[in-house]
Design a protein around this ligand. Structure first.
Ligand code: SF4
Ligand code: SF4
Length: 665
């Protein structure tokens, strides 16, 4: 050290102006704070571990990649401009200051005494000072943005609660006192490299300008240093009991995220003998679900995008997750169903996945809602409204309307549609689905798909034994029925020889592609938008008849958010000459649900304004001639919505296959 002083090389003088008693205080206090933090954290982990098992330790490199992009890169957080930038600079500022403190500790307490190596010296030290000063400044800016948003702008999705005021205040005080200490030191020592700490330097010059002498500067430095250390220790010790616990829970929850298809719900294994069917008591949640609840930062992003909440129904996903979090942390013992979570909240969910898409903590909100639904459906038999009838119809007749299975192929009359025969191979099994098989309006979708496939010379056939794929039963929590129909469907499909399954329904697509593998049904499944776009691209289908229509495309949740297919339906629509494709304000990942998913097609849930009407009003603002869809349920919901909105004469709704089929010679 003495050589460094003599040589004039810049270096960090860790305990400048600090007497021995204060040094002892910092080591004793720091150790105590870390011990309290470790104990508090363990208490939280113990609460999670009381939950049931769930395997989340596979695919470690992928999990680390998620932490890298979502925690360090703040990718999802930054998808919203103001709150994203605000959080990212607070986080990065905090991280830089934390790394800086750790580096200083290693430098003074490890490398210097053990290896006689001073890390923080020379150009590296100058860079260290500059980076820390700049990140400290960003940190203050971010905290200011947070205060402005939470206490002045006050968006309805967040509460200006005391815990947040305390959180912001403590961070500000730690950071500001750090700058004051630095300023005092630079003002007294006046090192040649002082300008490498620009904030401290300017502040120090200001202190000198107002006439503070060395004695006052040294006294201020020492008292602020002790205060800074004390408040930092309180901060560390209180992390497990405070809002700051999300510094631990969010990265952990992201690491243990659900990988694989987002749209695949958990299978209840050995359902005949299973002890618990869904979640009836809090103890039945797995450890991961408990970590989910604890990771909630109460940001309200889920609430903002939830169609059920927008429609004024009983459901607010943020409220559901926060209630479960408080229930867990308070050791509440009230009955979960009926007292804490109301059935109306659960049944209002459209399973659109918008909340999961937005949640910065990667919480599996839909899986939790379905687990709670499963208990109501399977253990209590408490399905709402007309849902029981739809499920009975699926069980009895293989479709939710209860129409005769013998009429399933009536839509194909006169079209010479090939039917699968054992021993005869085709390229595609065309899975038509219940809606286009029985619903008069939607039969036109199946006829359009057939017209396109025939025009392209594609080898395909439908399956005479086709029945409802059961997805609606699974989303309603009736896992038993789902497993029964799925097992039967998989057995039937396996009798035939084909290369791929094609379906125009995103619900059929999602369940056959992502959920049938749980039942040994591994098929390559393609949505019709992907196949048609490919046929047009390769020139096998040539839409030639021009149209003069403006089409606003509405994304299906089960195609887009569930399976990441956004471009193919747009490409398909754009292939029609003269068609002008426009976007509604909420589109792609942020498209608004039609209101028909999660069993909503088959029941009435109380709401102030129907989701499909909200969506149609949004479409009307864009002034299209047609709403383009790629899902028969979206078609039915938008069709109903336009009638309610009184736009039957001015607004049409068409599937992309209909748009292309109309354009074929
Ligand atoms: S899935 Fe959709 S409807 Fe259900 S809670 Fe999430 S955002 Fe709301
Ligand atoms: S569930 Fe996710 S999006 Fe909703 S409030 Fe909690 S952290 Fe925010």
């Amino acid at each position: 050290m003495t050589e460094l002083v003599a040589s004039g090389i810049p270096y960090r003088d860790t305990f400048w102006n600090i007497p021995m008693w204060a040094r002892v205080f910092v080591y004793v206090g720091g150790t105590a704070a870390i011990a309290v933090f470790a104990w508090g954290s363990w208490q939280r982990v113990a609460v999670w571990l009381e939950g049931g098992p769930e395997r989340r330790t596979d695919r470690i490199p992928e999990r680390l990649g998620l932490v890298l992009t979502q925690v360090l890169g703040q990718a999802r957080i930054l998808s919203q401009a103001y709150p994203g930038i605000m959080h990212a600079i607070v986080f990065w500022g905090f991280l830089a200051l934390f790394i800086g403190t750790v580096l200083a500790t290693i430098d003074y307490d490890v490398t210097l005494p053990l290896l006689h190596v001073k890390l923080l010296k020379g150009n590296f030290y100058l860079l260290y000072e500059l980076v820390l000063d700049m990140f400290g400044l960003f940190f203050v800016v971010g905290l200011g943005m947070a205060c402005w948003r939470r206490f002045v702008k006050r968006p309805s999705r967040i509460e200006p609660a005391g815990q947040f005021a305390y959180a912001l205040l403590i961070l500000f005080v730690i950071n500001a006192t750090g700058f004051v200490m630095e300023a005092c030191r630079l003002a007294v020592v006046k090192p040649a490299w002082a300008a490498w700490s620009p904030v401290g330097y300017v502040l120090g010059q200001a202190m000198l300008a107002v006439g503070l002498g060395e004695g006052a500067l040294r006294g201020t430095h020492l008292s602020i240093w002790v205060f800074h250390a004390a408040i930092a220790f309180v901060f560390i010790a209180l992390i497990p009991q405070s809002y700051f616990m999300h510094l631990v829970t969010t990265p952990l929850n992201i690491f243990f995220s659900k990988l694989g298809p987002r749209g695949a719900l958990r299978k209840i294994e050995n359902i005949e003998e299973a002890e618990s069917l869904g979640v009836g008591k809090f103890e039945e949640f797995s450890w991961k679900r408990r970590l989910d609840f604890d990771a909630c930062v109460e940001c309200g992003r889920c609430q903002d995008v939830c169609p059920a909440h927008l429609s004024g129904s009983a459901l607010n996903p943020k409220r559901v997750i926060v209630k479960l979090k408080r229930y867990m942390l308070d050791g509440d013992t009230r009955p979960l169903h009926g007292e804490v979570i109301q059935a109306d909240e659960l049944w209002a969910c459209t399973t659109c996945m918008a909340c999961v898409q937005e949640c910065p903590a990667h919480i599996d909100i839909v899986d939790t809602i379905v687990d709670l639904r499963r208990f109501l459906a399977l253990s209590e038999g408490a399905l709402p409204s007309t849902a029981p009838l739809a499920l009975q119809n699926i069980q009895r007749a293989g479709n939710p309307w209860g129409l005769p299975p013998t009429e399933r192929l009536k839509w194909a009359e006169g079209l010479d549609v090939p039917v699968l025969e054992e021993g005869k191979r085709v390229e595609y099994l065309y899975w038509v689905g219940c809606s286009a098989s029985y619903d008069r309006r939607n039969q036109s979708i199946a006829r359009s798909v057939v017209k396109i496939l025939k025009k392209a010379g594609v080898s395909f056939a439908v399956m005479a034994e086709e029945r409802c794929h059961g997805e609606v039963a699974r989303r309603l929590g009736e896992e038993y029925l789902y497993q029964t129909v799925t097992t039967e469907n998989v057995e039937n499909i396996k009798k035939y020889a084909f290369d791929k399954v094609i379906t125009h329904c995103p619900h059929c697509f999602n369940t056959i592609k992502n959920e049938y593998p749980q039942f040994d049904g591994n098929f390559e499944v393609l949505h019709h938008s992907v196949v048609i776009a490919d046929l047009v691209r390769s020139g096998r289908v040539k839409p030639t008849k021009a149209t003069d229509q403006t089409v606003a495309f509405h994304d299906s949740c089960y195609l887009g958010r569930y399976n990441g297919i956004f471009e193919a339906p747009r490409e398909t629509a754009r292939s029609v000459p003269g068609l002008r494709l426009i976007e509604m304000p909420r589109n792609r990942e942020r498209g608004l649900c039609c209101g028909g998913g999660g069993g909503q097609m088959w029941m009435e849930t109380p709401a102030k304004k129907r989701v499909n009407l909200i969506r149609v009003e949004e479409a009307l603002e864009s002034k299209p001639d047609v709403v383009g869809v790629a899902c028969p349920f979206c078609l039915a919901m938008v069709d109903l919505g336009r009638k309610v909105a009184g736009a039957e004469e001015t607004l049409q709704v068409k599937d992309i296959s209909e748009l292309v089929a109309e354009s074929l010679e």
